[in-house]
Structures are given as C-alpha cells and as structure tokens.
Design a binder for this molecule. Structure first.
Ligand code: SAM
Length: 395
C-alpha cells in the first residue's frame, strides 16, 4: 500500500503543504477525525447508528445502554455504600458520540433508580464541538427535566475529583495512531505526502522519533512484543498506539475512587503484531461499508484501529489501576440479562412485530462474535482503600 487513489480535499492539501509537504500518519488521522471545521468528528459530520456510516453498540438500540446501565447502577450503589460517601458521585463518559448511551442511561435510571439522579453528576468529556452539539440535542429532554449534565474538558476537572464510574466506549480506537513500516531491514514511521502532479496522497517513510523508539523498546522489554516480528516481510506495517498511556494517565489522575470501563475492539499482542497481520487493523467506515483505502474521503468517514490487550493492561497497571477483569462484550451482556431482555421485548411488543424484530436483531448483533460481541470490556479500578466490588458482567 504505497500510493492510492484519493479524494484529497483542498483544506487537507493546504494543511499538509503548510507543514512542509509531509505530515506523520498520526497527524493525518488527527486532522481527518478532529479538525474543527472539516474533521469527521470535529465538524460533527459523523453519523452513527443503523442509518449512519457505522453502528456503535449504543447507537444501535437503547437495549445496550439498558443492560450496561444495570452494571453502572450496581457499581454506583457499591461505591456509595462501601466508601460511606455522602457527596455527589459522578458518571463520566468519554467521547459520547451522538449521546445515545447517556440518553439510554437516563431512560434506565428514570425507570429503575430515579432517586439516584439527584445524587449523581453526569459529565461528558468530548473534545469535538461538532459532536457536543449532537449530544446536547439528544439530551435536551433530560436537561429540561433538571438533570445535571456537564460538558467539560479533562483539564477542567481537578485532580482526584472523580468518585464514581468512568466509561469510554469505542474512544481509544478513535485516538490517532502512528504507523510503523518494515523496509529493507529497518523500521520507519509512516508519513503522508501529496504527489505534486496528481495531487494524490501517498505514504512516505520518515525516521522513527526518539519517543517511538523508546516506546518500542519498552514494549519489547516489558511485554516481549517484537516490532517487526521475526521474519517479517518487506512492507510489514502496524499501528502503534502512542497516546493510550498518556490518556490513561490523565484519567487516573482525575479519579479519587472509581471504576473505569473501557470497551473497544482489541487484539492480543501475539495476533496483533504477527506475520499474518501484515497491515495492522486500521479501517474506515462509510455508509455501513468498510473502506480499505485509508486515504479515501478524508474527513468524510471514520478511521479506527484495534487496541492491544496486553499493552492496555500493562499501561493501566503500571499507573496504579487494579484490573478487575476483562470479558468479551457478548459474555458481559449475557451476564447482565440479555436473554431475559429478548424475552421481555417479545412480550412487550406482541402487537408491533417489526419493532420487536428490529430490537431482537440489534441485541443479537451485540453478542454475535463476528459483529460487536467480540469487543472487550476492560474493567479497571482505583480506590484509596481496599474494598471488594461485585461486578455482574464478569462471571
Ligand atoms: C466511535 S465514537 C464513539 C461514540 C460513543 N461512545 C458510542 O458509544 O456511540 C468516538 C467518539 O470519541 C470522541 N473522541 C475522539 N477523541 C477523543 C478524546 N481524545 N477524548 C474523548 N473523546 C474523544 C469522538 O468525537 C466521538 O464522539
């Protein structure tokens, strides 16, 4: 994959030229996703859900939020009672997309634990203004009902100010990544450049930065991850998640007592950095279809990559998080009552077969291993005293 046909918009050409004609792949991904005027999320162009470009679990139907809310409710009650905590707790969601999860959480709490609403402050950390607008629109009804929802940047939160639950569903897979390529026995950082004649984007090799070299050495020493793997062919390429550790660190610093749930596409290191996986996991979605060419329609489609399981756990634990468990989404949702939910839907919607079928199909996709069921739920905790937390999603 060196030079690929691309629809290279003017705004991007200008940025690349302004930066000297070549930018790192990391900067390219950051621009096409987060540029405030033209980025997919930055400008708010992203459309999630069955009628959008791609589905996330929360945007598919409210049943995902219903089941996950059971878990959040269970954790909140324990955090409050075991810490004998009198002040307000927080539920913080990173990267809330179009606001579907929060909206589903409120629906659940209004029906099942209305009392708790007064004792919880809801926070969304969303860097993209375009997405904040979508979230505010979706949650307008609850804001009018007086529910406290705050949109904040992480920097605005004081250190050790969070007591409660922190959720990041499909957020780490949207953080920009570096791409590393093996060429003639040497590793390079992939950059993105523009062909002068055709105006098309192409990959251009750059030297590894000191930061990347350090990060690769650490992964080798601590996790036995070899980049490239032994006998890697010419052109073997992988993503490298250079931001995960600093993201986890900034979250860790804000928590006083709490549980962090990260949900994402994830692969074990031995499968991720293997000979079989010779071009990483980077993928783009448009109109519910996979777009293989990562230079196609920059700023008009999603760009996403899997996280590495061992690296995420290592980074979390070295910061001080305790890993309460890791479970596949399919298993987690079954433990939280997905089968009963299916039964309830059939009974509730006896006279509305098409809605019942739609919701049934959505629930099944959430547990289907070749669909969203293979996502991993990583449950980490940070408490300043030893307490035992029951976690129904992990059996
Ligand atoms: C794939 S969407 C996930 C949407 C949502 N969590 C859901 O379940 O439907 C990625 C979201 O993460 C946001 N995002 C991107 N970078 C972020 C960051 N550094 N911190 C928090 N959110 C971020 C995007 O703007 C977008 O809202």
């Amino acid at each position: 994959m060196n030079s690929l046909p691309a629809n290279n918009p003017e705004w991007l050409t200008k940025k690349i030229i302004k930066d000297g004609g070549t930018i790192s792949f990391y900067d390219y991904m950051d621009l096409v996703l987060n540029d405030p005027n033209n980025g997919y999320y930055g400008s708010g162009k992203a459309t999630l859900g069955p009628k959008g470009d791609f589905v996330t679990s929360s945007s598919m139907s409210d049943d995902f939020a219903f089941l996950l809310s059971r878990q959040i409710d269970e954790w909140l009650i324990q955090v409050k009672s075991k810490l004998i905590y009198e002040e307000k707790l927080s539920i913080l969601e990173f990267g809330a997309g179009d606001g579907s999860f929060m909206s589903g959480l409120f629906q659940y709490l209004f029906i099942n634990n209305k009392k708790i609403l007064k004792n919880v402050c809801f926070i969304i950390v969303e860097p993209n203004k375009g997405m904040i607008k979508k979230q505010q629109k979706k949650l307008e009804k609850y804001l009018k009902l007086g529910v406290e929802i705050l949109w904040k940047s992480l920097e605005e939160l004081e250190d050790k100010s969070l007591n409660g639950i922190i959720l990041a569903n499909e957020v780490l897979d949207a953080l920009p990544v570096e791409r590393i390529i093996n060429l003639k026995g040497k590793l390079y950082r992939q950059g993105v450049s523009i062909d002068n004649e055709s105006g098309k984007l192409f990959f251009k090799e750059l030297n590894l930065t000191k930061e990347l070299e350090k990060s690769l050495t650490l992964a080798h020493e601590k996790l036995d991850i070899n980049i490239p793997p032994k006998d890697a062919p010419e052109g073997w390429t992988t993503e490298w998640h250079i931001d995960n550790k600093s993201w986890l660190k900034s979250v860790y610093e804000k928590i006083n007592n709490g549980i962090l749930l990260v949900i994402d596409y994830a692969k074990e290191a031995k499968r991720y950095y293997s000979l079989c996986n010779s071009n990483g996991t980077l993928i783009s979605y448009k109109n519910q279809k996979i777009v293989e060419n990562v230079f196609e329609a920059p700023g008009d489609c999603d760009l996403t990559s899997h996280v590495c399981i061992e690296s995420l756990i290592y980074d979390s634990e070295t910061l001080g998080f305790e890993t309460l468990g890791i479970v596949k989404q399919g298993e987690a949702l079954l433990s939280l009552g997905l089968a009963e939910r299916l039964f309830e839907i059939q009974n509730e919607l006896k006279n509305d077969i098409s809605t019942a079928l739609f919701r049934r199909e959505a629930l099944l996709r959430l547990v289907d291993p070749i669909c969203l069921g293979d996502f991993k739920w990583f449950v980490f905790s940070k408490f300043n005293k030893k307490i035992k937390i029951n976690t129904s999603c992990i059996r």
